[in-house]
Design a protein around this ligand. Structure first.
Ligand SMILES: Cc1ncc(COP(=O)(O)O)c(C=O)c1O
Length: 400
C-alpha cells in the first residue's frame, strides 16, 4: 500500500535507519496503519466523500471542527492547524519573533526538524544533552547550554524541549530554568499528542506546543499535517496570520511575513474520524508498552516513565550494548521483525549543526544513545502473539 511504502521510505531516509523487510512467511509491520483503517474505513470514506461533495478543500468546515476538538482534547484555549509538525514549529518561532542573534535550546538527541526551523529563520540552535533513562532534555545540561550561549554573545530566547518517543519532558525543572532566564517554552510534541504530565495534557504545557500528524505518529493523518496550541490570544492570532501568508483582516492585506502553512480539509476530515478512537488507541498502546516492559525489563534496558507522566508510546525504544545493536537488528530483520534506530546520529554530528554551540560539559548521553537505541514494532493493533514473537526473538538474539 502506498501509505506504508512511503512510511518505510521515511523511516529509512528521513528519520533514522529502519530495518524493515517483507518476510515471505510471517510479515509484521513496524507501524500497522492498515488495521486501524479497516476498523474505521466506512467512516473515513464518508468523511472524505463529504469534502468532495462540498468542495471547500482549503480551510473547509472540517478544519474548524478539528481545531475545536483538538483544543478541547488537550485543554488548550487555541488550536491552529497547519501543514506539518515542522511548519507548526516554524510558525511558533516566527510568531515569537525569534531571529538572528537569538539562541534557541534544543536537545541533541531528536529529529532534525527541531533545530532545523531555528536555523531557517536565522536563529542559533544551541544543543543540550538528554537524560538516558527518559531520552528527554537534561535540565542540568540546559543550564550549561545557556551559559555557553551567553559566552558567545547570543540572546537566550526560547527552549524547545522534545517529548521524545511520546513521553513529556521534565517540565517542572525546564519551567524553573526558563523563568530564571526569560525563555519561552516551545514544546516539540510531534510524538506526544495525548500524553500527560502531572495532570496537564500535552498542548496545555509551555507557552506554545507543536505537534505532528505524520501518518506514523500516534495520531496521524494520510499525508502531512500538524497543529499548534497556546492559551495566549495574541500569539494565536499571529500564528493564524502567519499560517496564511501573514494576512490581516483581509486575505490580501498582508501585515507580517508568513507562509502557506494550512492543513488540507481532507486531512482534517480524516483526523476527525481518527481522533474519535484515539483515547482507546492510547490505552491499547499503553497496555502493549506495559507488556513489553514486563517481558523485557529483566534482559535489557527498557524505557522509563517517571511518576506523574504518561506516554503515548510513539516508539517503544530499548537500549542494547552498543557493540551488538546493529547485529541484533539484523537478526530480528532476518526473522521478519522490523525494528528502527531513532536516531543513528546525535544532531551535532549532522552536517547543518556541526558548528552549533554545545555545552562545555559535552553531549555524551546523546552520543551513547545513538549507538544503543532500538525501537520495536509499536501500534495500537499489535497482537499479543506478534508481541511474543518480538520478545522471543529479541531474547534469542541477545543470548546468541
Ligand atoms: C521530534 C519531532 N519534531 C518535529 C517533527 C516534524 O514533524 P513533521 O514530519 O510532521 O514535519 C518530527 C517528525 O518526525 C519529530 O519527530
Amino acid at each position: 500500500m502506498a501509505s506504508s511504502e512511503s512510511l518505510k521510505l521515511h523511516q529509512s531516509s528521513a528519520a533514522g535507519v529502519a530495518h524493515t523487510i517483507r518476510s515471505t512467511s510471517a510479515r509484521m509491520e513496524f507501524v500497522d496503519l492498515r488495521a486501524q483503517q479497516a476498523r474505521i474505513r466506512e467512516r473515513l470514506d464518508a468523511a472524505i466523500a463529504r469534502v468532495l461533495d462540498h468542495g471547500a478543500y482549503i480551510m473547509g468546515p472540517e478544519v474548524v471542527e478539528l481545531e475545536g476538538r483538538l483544543a478541547r482534547f488537550s485543554g488548550a484555549l487555541h488550536c491552529v492547524s497547519c501543514g506539518s509538525g515542522t511548519e507548526a514549529l516554524l510558525i511558533a518561532l516566527m510568531a515569537l519573533g525569534v531571529g538572528p542573534g537569538d539562541a534557541v535550546f534544543c536537545p541533541a538527541f531528536t529529529f532534525t526538524a527541531t533545530p532545523e526551523v531555528v536555523m531557517l529563520i536565522g536563529g542559533t540552535p544551541v544543543l543540550a544533552d538528554v537524560i538516558p533513562e527518559t531520552f528527554n532534555l537534561d535540565p542540568a545540561s540546559l543550564q550549561e547550554a545557556i551559559m555557553e550561549a551567553r559566552k558567545r554573545g547570543l540572546v537566550p530566547k526560547a527552549v524547545m524541549p522534545v517529548d521524545l518517543f511520546g513521553l513529556p519532558a521534565d517540565y517542572i525543572e525546564i519551567e524553573r530554568i526558563a523563568a530564571e532566564h526569560g525563555l519561552a517554552i516551545i514544546c516539540d510534541a510531534a510524538q506526544s499528542y495525548g500524553a500527560t504530565y502531572r495532570g496537564r495534557k500535552v498542548g496545555a504545557i509551555g507557552r506554545v506546543t507543536a505537534t505532528s500528524f505524520f501518518p506514523a505518529k500516534p495520531l496521524g493523518c494520510y499525508g502531512d499535517g500538524g497543529a499548534i496550541f497556546t492559551d495566549d490570544d495574541t500569539l494565536a492570532h499571529a500564528m493564524r496570520s502567519i499560517r496564511q501568508h501573514g494576512k490581516g483582516d483581509d486575505k490580501y492585506d498582508i501585515v507580517r511575513l508568513g507562509i502557506n502553512g494550512r492543513m488540507d480539509t481532507i486531512q482534517a476530515a480524516i483526523l476527525n474520524e481518527k481522533l474519535a478512537i484515539y483515547p482507546e488507541e492510547i490505552a491499547a498502546r499503553q497496555a502493549i508498552a506495559r507488556r513489553y516492559s514486563e517481558r523485557l525489563s529483566k534482559i535489557l534496558r527498557t524505557p522509563t516513565v517517571p511518576e506523574g507522566s504518561t506516554s503515548v508510546w510513539a516508539q517503544y525504544t530499548v537500549r542494547l550494548p552498543a557493540t551488538r545493536r546493529d547485529a541484533i537488528a539484523t537478526t530480528m530483520m532476518t526473522a521478519g521483525i522490523p525494528t528502527a534506530v531513532y536516531y543513528p546520529k546525535p544532531l551535532h554530528h549532522q552536517m547543518p549543526y556541526s558548528l552549533s554551540p554545545v555545552p562545555a560539559t559535552g553531549l555524551a548521553n546523546s552520543e551513547r544513545l545513538a549507538e544503543e537505541v532500538l525501537s520495536l514494532p509499536m501500534h495500537a493493533y499489535l497482537t499479543a502473539a506478534d508481541q511474543d514473537r518480538v520478545c522471543d526473538n529479541l531474547a534469542r538474539a541477545l543470548e546468541g
